[in-house]
Design a protein around this ligand. Structure first.
Ligand code: NDP
Length: 407
């Protein structure tokens, strides 16, 4: 059917490439491009020889002109941005300049301030509309599948959705004292920021990891879950009409949190540049350099992830509860594509989003979040491409009022 340019060659990109190659009827040609071309070449070497033609290229995606040149020479139908959130705007600019659709998995963040907001990318809506191009934002798991799950619930289960709790659990064990499952800088910036949730039109702020609950997750069991701000809260609060409250929860082990606390206390998670041996460095960049590469965790990680949405609302005038989730096994992911489940659960939906843009099912001019499209083809594709979903109409519920008890 067409050609995709994949920017990035890290943990998530590796899964995207594997999945595009498996889906060769749609992805006839791909180009893998990143700063370090050897990583792209290694992926090509592993997967070359099938129906999908693979090229590689070196690109610094912070530089719009370089991306424009690459797009002009390769001629893709869509760019799948699985580099880092800092490159979102430069890549969107390059897509506009060349008339190519855009898909990513994480919202733009200015490198100098840890701030997760869609405002910079939503500001491109008119430009994409005028160009007749689709920009699909946040087509990973969370954001991504969590938005599709919500749109599915809205379409098939509820007349009105009132409360959403997104629960992201990782019960995987990689055997290291401390490692992050995806880019450490992005991961640590997310966790050390204040928590925030949305209630009745207001954002309510909490101290980092201040609110904790225990939730009994299917196939994983009871886990400590902590309230975090997560970027899909912003788009879902805007796009789901009638919503009263939305929160996001993530599991962390005590061991992980103890290490993180110490690193934070000694200043290693800071993004404030310091002088070190005559050079200015951000401590978090140094920390990233000494931590295990997330891509190396695959062969060591055992256990499962469970990510889903617990939803409450009304159907035919009656209160209703619904839980839709995916369970993913780290070892099965590794056996299939050589990556652990965190990269897998992000890379599969990125491929699906790009496929739906390419085949026209999710194509409309503008800048969109996943919940703004028909969820049905995406939900079907999740079952087909390795992330089958399950549902419960009688799930365990979380307390709606966090201040009702001491946590
Ligand atoms: P990695 O750090 O493993 O990989 C990032 C890749 O981007 C590397 O290949 C890196 O190349 C490349 N890159 C960085 N800067 C540039 C640049 N200026 N130009 C070109 N390439 C560049 O990250 P992950 O694979 O773990 O994550 C990828 C994305 O997925 C991130 O945006 C992350 O936030 C997002 N994500 C989304 C999730 C979701 O569920 N929605 C969950 C997990 C991740 P090099 O090594 O040469 O620097």
């Amino acid at each position: 059917m067409g050609k995709a340019l994949i920017i990035g060659a890290g943990g998530v990109a590796s899964v995207v490439v594997h999945k595009c190659v498996q889906n060769s009827d749609v992805f006839e040609e791909i180009c893998i491009a990143s700063r370090t071309v050897s990583k792209c070449d290694a992926l090509k070497e592993k997967l070359d020889g099938g129906k999908t033609k693979i090229q590689t290229a070196q690109v610094d995606a912070d530089n719009t002109e370089e991306v424009i040149e690459l797009i002009k020479s390769f001629g893709p139908d869509v760019v799948i941005n699985v580099a880092l959130p800092y490159q979102d705007l430069t890549i969107m600019d390059a897509c506009l300049a060349t008339g190519v659709h855009y898909v990513d998995t994480a919202n733009y963040e200015p490198p100098e301030t840890a701030k997760f907001e869609y405002k910079w990318q939503w500001a491109y809506k008119e430009k994409f509309e005028k160009a007749g191009l689709t920009a699909l934002l946040g087509s990973g798991f969370d954001p991504g599948v969590t938005g599709v799950f919500t749109a599915h619930a809205q379409k098939h289960e509820f007349d009105e959705i009132h409360y959403i709790d997104i629960v992201d659990a990782n019960a995987g064990d990689h055997g290291y004292h401390f490692a992050t499952n995806f880019n450490p800088e992005i991961n640590i910036r997310e966790i050390t920021a204040n928590g925030r949730y949305w209630k009745e039109g207001e954002w309510i702020e909490t101290a980092p990891l201040e609110k904790k609950e225990v939730y009994n997750l299917p196939e994983i069991g009871p886990k400590d879950i902590y309230l975090l701000y997560h970027e899909e809260l912003e788009s879902l609060a805007k796009n789901i009409k009638g919503l009263k409250q939305i929160r996001f929860w993530m599991t962390f082990s005590e061991k992980y949190l103890t290490h993180l606390k110490v690193l934070e206390n000694v200043g290693m998670t800071s993004i404030e540049p310091i002088e070190f041996e005559g050079q200015m460095i951000q401590p978090i960049h140094f920390l990233k350099a000494v931590l295990p590469d997330p891509a190396s965790l695959g062969p060591r990680t055992k256990g499962k992830t469970n990510i889903g949405c617990i939803i409450r609302g009304l159907k035919d005038g009656k209160e209703k509860t619904y839980y839709v989730y995916n369970v993913c096994d780290h070892e099965e992911c590794y056996n299939e594509v050589g990556s652990q489940a965190i990269s897998y659960t992000t890379g599969v939906p990125a491929m699906i989003g790009a496929m739906l843009v390419m085949n026209g099912q999710w194509r409309k001019p503008g800048v969109w979040n996943v919940e703004e499209f028909d969820p049905d083809p995406f939900m079907d594709a999740l079952n087909k491409w390795g992330l089958p979903w399950q549902e419960s109409h009688n799930p365990e519920l979380l307390d709606l009022d966090l201040n009702a008890k001491e946590v």
